[in-house]
Design a protein around this ligand. Structure first.
Ligand SMILES: [Zn+2]
Length: 122
């Protein structure tokens, strides 16, 4: 089975930044959420427990790049939510989901963002 994250990395699609072990990549436009992005391991790995100490430490570097990127958005989000499930697409990744002032707070916002997404562009 082809991994959509590995395929996106091969063609360099929507890559914002990278570190030695991680890639920060913009979420697709159909998410309709400005600043939504993913932190993805460069290697195809399906369990967080399989990461080395060095890979875990480098995760802090890509997380910082993702949060920096959220600060330069045209409208800065009130908060940035994190979600890491990796079941539908098993390649390790974390969702960085901005929550803006006009959004509901909490898990409902994550469900809307990770699911079909928002009905209109923000
Ligand atoms: Zn993969």
């Amino acid at each position: 089975m082809t991994c959509p994250i590995c395929e996106a990395h091969k063609i360099g699609k929507d890559i914002i930044a990278q570190t030695e072990h991680w890639i920060l990549r913009k979420a697709p436009e159909d998410k309709n959420l400005n600043g939504y992005c993913y932190l993805e391991s460069k290697k195809h790995v399906e369990n967080w427990q399989l990461l080395s100490l060095e890979e875990c430490q480098d995760f802090g570097n890509i997380l910082h790049k993702g949060l920096e990127a959220s600060l330069v958005l045209p409208s800065s989000p009130d908060k940035v939510y994190f979600a890491a499930i990796a079941e539908a697409v098993p390649h390790l990744h974390m969702h960085l989901v901005p929550r803006y002032q006009n959004h509901s707070k909490g898990i409902g916002h994550l469900e809307q963002a990770l699911g079909p997404g928002f009905l209109k562009a923000l």
